[in-house]
Write a protein that binds this ligand. Sequence first.
Ligand SMILES: Cc1cc2nc3c(=O)[nH]c(=O)nc-3n(C[C@H](O)[C@H](O)[C@H](O)COP(=O)(O)OP(=O)(O)OC[C@H]3O[C@@H](n4cnc5c(N)ncnc54)[C@H](O)[C@@H]3O)c2cc1C
Length: 421
Amino acid sequence: MTRYSAWSVFKNGLSGHKNWGRAWRDPEPKTEYDVVIVGAGLHGLATAYYLAKNHGVKNIAVVEKGWLGGGNAGRNTTIVRSNYMMPGNRDFYEHSLELWENLSHDLNYNVMFSQRSHISLLHTPAARDGAARRYNTMRLTGTDAEIWDLDTLKREVPHLNYNSARFPIMGAAVQRRAGSARHDAVAWGYARGADQHGVDIIQNCEVTGVTREGGKVTSLETSRGTIKAGKVGFAVAGNSSRLWSMAGLGKLPIETHKLQAFVSEPLKPLLDQVVVFGVGGAHFYISQSDKGGMVFGGDLDWYKSYAQRGNLPIVQDVAECATSIMPCLGRVRLLRHWSGVMDMSMDGAPFICKTPVDNLYLNAGWNYGGFKASPASGWHFADLIANDRAGRKIEHFNLQRFERGVNIDERGAGPDPKLHG
Ligand SMILES: Cc1cc2nc3c(=O)[nH]c(=O)nc-3n(C[C@H](O)[C@H](O)[C@H](O)COP(=O)(O)OP(=O)(O)OC[C@H]3O[C@@H](n4cnc5c(N)ncnc54)[C@H](O)[C@@H]3O)c2cc1C
C-alpha cells in the first residue's frame, strides 16, 4: 500500500498518475470473523480501524449494505465542534475534537479538517446568558470558548443581516477550534487505514437476519451468505431499530427521522466560518466548502421515515432562514439537496454500550451530530468491544439511563428531543 506523501505524488506524476495502488481491497466475505461490525459509515469504519490499531484485533469485517460512506457519512454538513456543557458529553466531544486535530496525520489521508470557528449567533439577552453559562463551563473544563460582542462579530463576519433582521443579532458564542472537514475523505481515510490493518470491508453485503443461540449472537445472515461472528457491533445509524428487532430485542429508544442538507452553486470566498442561527423556532447553519458551494441545513423533516429524500416545506423553511440571516444569498442558485436518516435518541445523546445479548454491542443515537463524534465514537466503541466494559468517557451512554432517570439533557448544544416525539 502506497504511503501518501509529496514524494509519492511526484513519483506517480512521472507516470501520468496511472500507477496508484488501490486504497482498499474488495475481499470476498470469509465464513467467520472474530468481530463483525455492521455498517460502513464513519462510526463503523472508525471502530474497525481502532479495534485493529489500538487493540491488535486481527480478524475483523465491516459489512455494508451499499457502498462505504453512502449513508449519513456522505450526506452531512460536516460541522465539527465540542461546545458541550453536560458531564458525559463534554469529555467525550472534547476527546473527539482532539482526535480530529491529528486525524490527517494518523490516517495518512488529508481529511481537510479546517478549524475555521463555529459561531452561534445570539439574539436575546436570555440566549446570551445561557451561552455565557455554557461557554464559561467549557473554559473551566479545558475547552476553548469565547463570547463576542456585536462589534467583534461585525468585524469577523461582515455579511450577516445586521440592519433589518427580524431577530436582531446581539453577539455570538464562538469556539475557534471548531470547524469542518471533508466527509468523504474521513470515510475513505478510515477505510484505507482499517484495510491496511487487515480489516475486510465488504460492500453490497446487507445483514438480513441475526441468529442467536444460548444468549449470544452466533452468526449474521447477509445477502452474501452466512457469516459467523465472535462479537458483533451495530453501527447503522438510522437503521438501528431495524437491526435491533432482527436481533429479537424489541424496541430501541430511537426514532428515525430525516434531515436534509443543501449546497449552492460555487461562489468566490464569502464566509470563512461555520455560522449557526437559531431563535424563535428557526434553526439554520451554514459554511462554505473548499469548492465554493454554500453548504447549509436546518431542522428535521418532522415525520418518521427511512427514506433518504426530503420534503419541500423544509426547503422553503431553510431558504427563508438563509435569506433572513444572509440576505446576499437571495440571488444564489441551489445546486443540490438530499437527506439522510437520523437515529434520534430521546435525550439527544448517543448509545455506545453493551446490550442484553452478551457479545452484541450498540453504537447509535447520533441524531444530527454524529459526524463530529466519529473519531471518539470509534475509539471508545472499539475499546468497549475489545475489553467488554465501558470506559469512563462513555459510561453515561448506556440504554439504562432512561430507566434510572439520568438522561443527558444537553439543551442548547444538541438536538432537542422534545420537538420530535
Ligand atoms: C443532512 C445531514 C447533516 C448532518 N450534519 C452534521 C453535522 O454538520 N455535524 C455532525 O456532527 N453530524 C451531522 N450529521 C449527522 C452525522 O452525519 C451522523 O450522525 C453520522 O454520520 C452517523 O454515523 P455513521 O456515519 O456511522 O452513519 P451512516 O453513514 O449512515 O452509516 C451507517 C451504515 O449502515 C449501513 N446499513 C444500514 N443497515 C444495514 C444492514 N442491514 N446491513 C448492512 N449495512 C447496513 C448503511 O448503509 C450505512 O452506510 C448530519 C446528518 C445529515 C443526514
